[in-house]
Every structure is written in C-alpha cells, then in structure tokens.
Design a binder for this molecule. Structure first.
Ligand code: PLP
Length: 436
C-alpha cells in the first residue's frame, strides 16, 4: 500500500518534477513561475550548485555534532552573520530548525531574562490580532490566525492581543491621518489593562506576512511603539521569519522603521530553502543576564546542523555578492508600481501594498465599501488556481477571518519577463472571479 501525502489528502495535489531558478516544472511538463518562492522562502531561487557543494562538503567534514560545540560551519555562519547581516546591537545567536521553534525560543529567552533580572511575574506574552508565528501548540495559540486554530481551540492557550495596525481597515476610516495614534493608544490601553509589571514581551512582525498580506504599519508606528514598550520594561521580539534576510529590500524589515528589537527571529530566507534553519538574535545584556541567573538556553537536536549552517552561509554570500537584497528592493518596488498601475483601480482590488519583494493584493467584493466576499466563495483559492492555470504560483494568504489576499514572495532574481508573467496571470485570475 502506498502512503498518502499530504496527511489530509488534497483534491488535486500538485506534483513537481524539478525546479530551477525562479521556475517550477510540474510532472505534467507545465512550467510555473514560483512567484511565492515556495512559502516566501526561495530568495535566491532554486538549484544553485555552490550551495549544494557547501552542504556536501559539510556532510563529509562531520555529519552531526551537538549544537553547543563549534564546528567550522557554525563558526563560518556566525562570522557571516556578525560581519555582514546582524544589527550591531544583536550579536548573540541561537539557531533552530524552523520559524515556530525560533519564536518559541525567543519567548523562552525573554521570560528567562525577565526572571533573571528579578521580574519573574512578567509572564504574559502580547501578540497581535492578525499575525502568524508558527504551528506548534504554543505558537498556534499565540498567533492571530483563526483558520490555523480550528479544531484545536480546546488546547490552545489564549494570549492577550493588541490590534495589528491595518491602515486600510482602521476603524477611524481607511488610511485615516490618526491611524498611528489610534493603534498606539490600543497598545497603551492593553498594557494598562494587563498591568505592565505582568508582561514579558510583545511578539510582532514588522510587516504582516501572509496572514494579512504584506500590511505595512502607519508611518512612525514602530518607533513610538518601541518607546512605549521600553518605558514599561517590555521586550520587543520582532518575528522576521518572513521579512528577514533581504525580503523587504533591506537586511531586516525592522530596519525600514528604525526600530531596534531586543530579540529578532528570522528563518525562511536564512538558507533560502536549501536547509531547515532559523535563528534568534539577541542583545548581549539579555544573554549575560540569563547566564548570570544560572539559566540555560536549551538547543534542539537539529538546531544548528553543520550542513544547514554551511547552506545558510553560502546563501548569504550569494545574496551579498550578487547584490540581491538591493535588487529585491528595486525589482519589488517596480513590480508593486506595475501592478498598482494595472490593477490598483480594479473594482475587486482594495489595495496593492508591501515592501521590497513582499507584496500583498487584497481582494474585496466592493472596493468602495471594502466589503469582503463570503468565506464560502473561497475567492483566494479561486484566484490562486486561475493564476496557476496561467503559469504563476501566487501565495494565498489570510486567516479565514481576514481574507482574501494574494501574496507575492518571488525569488530576488526575477526580471522583466517574470513581472510581465505575474501581471498577465493576475489579470487572468481577476477576470475569473466567481462573483463580482
Ligand atoms: C512570520 C512568520 N513567523 C513564523 C512562521 C513559522 O515558521 P515555520 O513554518 O518555519 O515554523 C512563519 C511561517 O510562515 C511566518 O511567516
């Protein structure tokens, strides 16, 4: 008997033959542009031999070594990160095998830090009503992502949520001039209600990933939010699993907003899909306090595999040597403007937004009222399906409650022909909407 993949069988599973550059080749010989970069992961595209060679060399050098020990591959990655990527104030590195694990580790580190500095009662973790931080039991509980909690409600812990700044749907009105103040007040009020002395950290994405579809915050929000958090002794954990390592046109999305998170979590793009690796990067005083408190930051067995470290180092070098981060910014902006010109006024397009090569297209029933299609219409699935027929894989986003967003997270190597292809496929998909 053959096995069933995936666990819950799909109606028509997509079967890949191979992938190269920015393209996927299906078993039925169809060529598809990977405009989603998988799950917004494949930053340098598929099939780079230098990365495969680095993985091979690492495997032959020493196959598995416990994470706390240094190996040439681990040392190489830490040096690459320190010399070229990490903000100066975040020199401490903890490596995990995925974004959910890394977010959990960051939260554990934040709570351990608070305990170490004599604040053990600070155990609440603030998150946001529209967010995604992972799929483990605690990260599913923390996330503001209704559809990924379904059937699990009985075991998921409830965490306090602040409102995700969502300029288009600000309760004061779309892109209201006071939106920034509105969302900051919500943060202040929530802290007041819970008691700042009980809160260890806020976990947030600088720009919402696929849960909201590349929602960028109002100008000035992040800097002022950080001031509020600092005033109350609450750590800021920035979840840059999707926005990290160049996706937004700079190394980390938080740098777009001049904020200095206390802990920064990044994954996907770290090894661009060539290996399962993610990291928590933190301030030295946090590590020092945890050490002085006599606590340990426990590793995951596969958290810093030499092979994964070698893959990540090779990917990061390619990004640097080929100026791909800058390219993500330029080509992303160009893609955004092109799609805005073509579809920005489409009756079913509420907004096309984002930063760098992270772009969200929000679909509505009526662009004047911002009324959404009914969930049962499964508009996002229809659009993504129609785009696949037209040769492009877009990433369907939304949380069930917040829906219909199509995300673009293409490899940074794409050029004019790929932008044209995305435009054509999006046009074909929009022409195909089930209800208008
Ligand atoms: C912002 C964000 N955080 C965390 C995660 C979870 O990462 P992983 O799927 O590697 O566990 C994701 C995955 O999509 C993400 O986008």
């Amino acid at each position: 008997m053959t096995g069933i993949w995936p666990f819950v069988a799909a109606n028509s599973p997509t079967t890949l033959s191979h992938a190269q550059g920015a393209y996927l080749y299906l078993q039925n010989d169809k060529k598809i542009l990977d405009a989603a970069g998988g799950a917004v992961v494949a930053n340098i595209g598929h099939g780079r031999r230098e990365v495969a060679d680095a993985i091979h060399a690492a495997t032959m050098n020493a196959t598995y070594v416990v994470p706390p020990w240094l190996t040439p591959e681990r040392q190489g990655l830490v040096e690459e990160l320190r010399d070229h990527w990490l903000p100066q104030h975040l020199p401490c590195v903890h490596l995990c095998s995925g974004g959910s694990e890394a977010n959990e580790s960051a939260i554990k580190i934040a709570v351990q830090y608070q305990a170490a500095i004599g604040q053990p009662q600070r155990k609440l973790i603030l998150a946001r009503n529209l967010s995604y931080h992972g799929t483990t039991i605690s990260m599913a509980g923390l996330s503001g992502h209704a559809s990924r909690k379904r059937g699990l409600e009985s075991i998921l812990e409830q965490h306090p949520h602040i409102q995700t700044p969502y300029p288009l749907r600000c309760p004061l009105g779309p892109h209201h001039p006071d939106a920034c103040q509105y969302y900051l007040q919500d943060l202040e009020d929530t802290i007041q209600r819970l008691g700042s002395e009980n809160i260890a950290a806020l976990v947030a994405e600088p720009i919402n990933g696929s849960s909201g579809g590349a929602i960028t915050p109002p100008d000035g929000y992040w800097q002022r939010a950080q001031e509020i958090l600092q005033r109350h002794g609450i750590l800021l954990i920035m979840d840059e699993v999707m926005t990290g390592f160049g996706r937004t046109g700079v190394a980390f999305g938080s740098q777009l907003y001049n904020v200095e998170p206390d802990l920064l979590v990044a994954g996907k793009g770290l090894a661009g899909g060539y290996a399962a690796i993610a990291g928590v990067f933190g301030r030295e005083e946090i590590a020092n306090a945890i050490s002085a408190g006599g606590f340990n930051v426990m590793f995951h067995t596969f958290g810093a595999l030499p092979q994964s470290c070698a893959a990540a180092t090779a990917v990061l070098k390619i990004l640097r040597e080929e100026n791909l981060v800058q390219r993500a910014g330029v080509i992303g902006q160009h893609t955004l403007e092109r799609l805005q010109t073509s579809f920005g006024q489409h009756p079913n397009v509420a907004e096309i937004r984002g930063a760098g090569m992270l772009i969200g297209i929000e679909i509505v029933k009526d662009r004047n009222t911002l009324e959404r299609f009914d969930e049962s219409a499964r508009v996002t699935d229809h659009l993504a399906g129609a785009a696949m027929d037209a040769g492009v894989f877009f990433y369907p986003g939304g949380t069930g409650e917040y829906r219909d967003v199509i995300c673009i997270g293409a490899p940074f190597i794409i050029d004019e022909p790929e932008i044209e292809l995305m435009e054509t496929a999006l046009g074909a998909a929009l022409a195909n909407l089930p209800i208008s």
